[in-house]
Ligand binder design. Structure first.
Ligand code: FHN
Length: 454
């Protein structure tokens, strides 16, 4: 397409059943778990404030020393069913699990490297057990794979010499073998989430990125692949040089969301991924990192923010090295999960509410099937009232509180606005469900002179 051989393969968003279901689900749980969860951000008595999974770099730990952490990977609290139920209680509809992060450690017994969970006291096939458990509770599973690999001797950041080229060719074969292995071992998975693809070496291999996408989709029909895998022949990432999205959804929003008024993003599928701390994906036990944890209601706000722009939110959890979830993550599960249990109708199956402008006090979403618009008040004004500007020709048919289903009184403010009182003491964002009808304009008695037969 567009003259590019390895660029976008289509210019239209996918509309098959797998993609519709991914779009419908809107909320996913991201899991970062690996050896980095054991030192949890500290090494030799020093705590490093940067992301826990970057500890080998922050503390300049030799790879052999890092690999010895495998001997401590016993994870006595690891229970796949508890993890799956946690995701379900959170209200997530899918999960994306790290199979191999940048340190190269694999959570499945890969036959292409010894640096895997099979060589630890835990021994079990963590990925297989998690795919099974999450699928059992009804969540779709996607697998995260870092192409960047600090452990593999053939990994290269750039390819500068013939020797580099040979090594990196071997590396890409290794990565393809592992990906084929994952897709073959776990055919129930619904998608692949690539990371660590920003280095020159990968960008110079647009063809490999396209072939990898094709291979995975051939092995798992309907598989969904994020844009982060892809580069075209010019090394342009996510979107090809001509601007079209590569992969199935844009995955470039990391720890940030598009501006809430930027409706241009609704033209394509996208997913933002978010940490609870300011910046750590793996479990970090440092006190400063703990001080940066977001309030669970801020995460509710980010979720509806994403949905209001037709996007998904992938919220990260970093279980501890022993396999348990830290308390702050359990709090998030409790608060976000309870809010979604009462108000999930404004999230699942919803997207942008065309014609309803960004209101400042929160967000609008709309269910495309039912046409119901939801007003989610994430920032209750001190006045205790919000004004809803109505799209042209729209009248309110019914307005109810989503959690109770009770009718909510409202006041007209001219032709195009209504005012609703909101409980300022509400402990979580109130949601109003709005059923609308078109304004019936009485036929004009005047003859339009432009249309008159003269
Ligand atoms: O470096 C990683 C980071 O550890 C984490 O996995 C995130 C998730 O999107 N991706 C990378 C940074 O872009």
């Amino acid at each position: 397409m567009g003259g590019l051989e390895y660029g976008a393969q289509t210019h239209e968003p996918r509309d098959d059943a797998s993609m519709r279901s991914f779009r419908h689900d809107r909320f996913g749980q991201f899991i970062h778990w690996g050896l980095y969860a054991l030192p949890a951000g500290s090494w030799d008595g020093v705590t490093y404030g940067f992301a826990a999974e970057f500890l080998p770099q922050s503390a300049t730990i030799p790879p052999e020393r890092w690999a010895r952490l495998g001997d401590e990977f016993t994870a006595p609290e690891f229970d796949p069913m508890t993890w799956a139920r946690t995701a379900r209680d959170l209200g997530a509809r899918y999960v994306t699990i790290t199979t191999k992060h940048h340190d190269g450690f694999c959570l499945w017994p890969s036959e292409y490297t010894d640096f895997t969970v099979a060589a630890t006291p835990l021994k079990r096939d963590v990925i297989g057990d998690l795919v099974h458990a999450y699928t059992d509770v009804g969540l779709a599973v996607h697998l995260y794979y870092s192409v960047l690999d600090w452990h593999h001797p053939d990994w290269r950041y750039s390819v500068d010499t013939p020797a580099d080229r040979d090594a990196f060719t071997r590396y890409l074969t290794f990565a393809s073998d592992q990906l084929r292995e994952l897709a073959t071992r776990y055919p129930a998975v619904r998608g692949f989430w690539f990371d660590g693809t920003w280095d020159e070496s990968v960008k110079a291999n647009g063809r490999w990125t396209l072939e990898t996408e094709r291979m995975l989709k051939a092995l798992i029909p309907g598989a969904i692949v994020n844009s982060r895998l892809r580069a075209d022949e010019h090394g342009t990432r996510h979107r090809g040089s001509e601007g079209a999205l590569m992969g199935d959804y844009f995955s470039g929003y990391e720890r940030r969301l598009p501006e809430p008024w930027d409706r241009s993003v609704t033209a394509e599928d996208w997913e933002a991924c978010m940490t609870i701390p300011q910046n750590s994906w793996g479990y970090h036990a440092g006190a400063d990192v703990a001080r940066s944890h977001k309030h669970p209601l801020e995460l509710v706000e980010q979720l509806v923010h994403a949905v209001s722009l037709g996007g998904n939110l992938l919220l990260n959890f970093g279980p501890r090295g022993d396999g348990s979830f830290p308390e702050f993550e359990q709090d998030v599960v409790g608060t976000v999960g309870a809010w979604l249990a009462a108000n999930g109708a404004c999230v699942y199956g919803c997207g942008v509410a065309e014609g309803w402008d960004y209101p400042g006090w929160g967000f609008y979403t709309r269910n495309a099937e039912t046409g119901v618009v939801y007003a989610i008040v994430t920032r209750i004004p001190v006045s205790g009232a919000v004004v809803l500007q109505l799209p042209e020709d729209i009248r309110i048919h019914r307005l109810t509180a989503l959690d109770t289903g009770e009718a909510v009184p409202f006041e007209h403010r001219g032709d195009r606005a209504i005012r609703i009182g909101v409980d300022r003491a509400a402990s979580a964002p109130p949601v109003f469900a709005i059923e609308t009808r078109h304004h019936e304009t009485a036929p004009s008695a005047e003859v339009n002179p432009d249309l008159a037969d003269v």
